[in-house]
Design a protein around this ligand. Structure first.
Ligand SMILES: Nc1nc2c(ncn2[C@@H]2O[C@H](COP(=O)(O)OP(=O)(O)OP(=O)(O)O)[C@@H](O)[C@H]2O)c(=O)[nH]1
Ligand SMILES: [Mg+2]
Length: 296
């Protein structure tokens, strides 16, 4: 991911990197310096919980020795890395159930992921679990065609969990490598819709008891802190295993990626940064932090 922030993500991410790099050359490292660090982190949407922990951690170290900018830099990299949950490792073959609120970027993400898998020579099945809108199926069908994935579509108004049921059977029967399930966008406060997701998950477990099931919540990174409450409710109903942060090419703030992963104790698995096929990258938290705090 070297040069990744600079090349792929929005100017907002680069701005934080530049501000932090400038701060590390400033002396002395004292209370005023810490105040400035705190302002930069909060402005980047790192959130008060992590920011306070960082400041407390550095303050504690400062008690025993006078730190140089370089030492604080190294301290910060290691400490931030320790605050993130470990990166996800993908086990294959796997089922990916994709959930999230309306318009967060679920279907587009599925298209890009299918592309990545088919490019790697894998046999991919996508299931149109969003039976709510006809246009949703059409959108997924276009991605399937462009990427060479197979699509399973139910009948009009078929219950989404029954579409998923059939999709699971097809996955097993035809020996696909990956199964990716699209679901309709839903507000986390709509109990019946959230229960529907829990039901879909139960069906997958039943039909494919041996499979590794990823339940990934797709979050629009431009929404910042507002996502946290939303994500908690999805986590409660569906036991998420990872997060997908979309639209990182927008004006989203860099610290938010650290914040949400820390708050939910969930790894970010992929980030997306545009509408093209290849605007998708696996997320490596350790490398992201190194790059965010890069000084030269
Ligand atoms: N700039 C940018 N736009 C994106 C990205 N990912 C998705 N979008 C756009 O966001 C909009 C919504 O994307 P969809 O993939 O349809 O979102 P969804 O979650 O499937 O939406 P529903 O099915 O209606 O809930 C579309 O206009 C996408 O082109 C991204 O990484 N960057
Ligand atoms: Mg969709």
């Amino acid at each position: 991911m070297f040069g990744f922030i600079k090349e792929k993500l929005s100017k907002a991410y680069q701005a934080v990197t530049q501000k932090l790099a400038a701060l590390f050359t400033e002396k002395p490292i004292d209370q005023e310096w810490l105040g400035e660090l705190k302002r930069i982190l909060l402005a980047a949407d790192t959130g008060p919980a992590i920011t306070d922990k960082i400041v407390a951690h550095i303050t504690e170290k400062m008690k025993s020795e006078q730190l140089s900018g370089e030492q604080v830099h190294d301290l910060l990299v290691t400490y931030l890395q320790s605050l993130l949950p470990p990166s996800a490792t993908e086990t294959k073959p796997a089922i990916s159930l994709i959930v999230g609120v309306n318009g967060s970027g679920k279907t587009t993400f599925i298209g890009k992921l299918a592309h990545q898998y088919t490019q790697a020579g894998k046999k991919v099945l996508v299931v149109a679990g969003d039976t709510f809108r006809a246009a949703a199926t059409d959108q997924l069908a276009v991605w399937a065609e462009r990427t060479g994935a197979t699509i399973h579509i139910g009948k009009a108004n078929q219950d989404p969990s029954s579409v998923v049921f059939d999709g699971c059977d097809l996955f097993a029967k035809d020996h696909f490598d990956h199964l990716i399930i699209d679901t309709a966008g839903r507000l986390q406060t709509k109990t019946n819709l959230m229960n529907e997701l829990a039901k879909i998950k139960r069906i997958i477990h039943k039909r494919l008891p041996e499979a590794v099931i990823h339940t990934w919540l797709v979050l629009d990174s431009m929404l910042g802190q507002n996502c946290i409450a939303q994500a908690r409710q999805f986590h409660e109903t569906t036991e998420l295993t990872g997060l997908i942060l979309t639209k990182c090419d927008g004006t989203g703030k860099a610290g938010f990626l650290l914040n949400i992963s820390h708050e939910l104790h969930l790894p970010i698995v992929y980030i997306t940064f545009g509408e093209q096929f290849d605007a998708l990258a696996p997320f490596d938290g350790n490398k992201f932090i190194e790059e965010l705090l890069k000084t030269a």
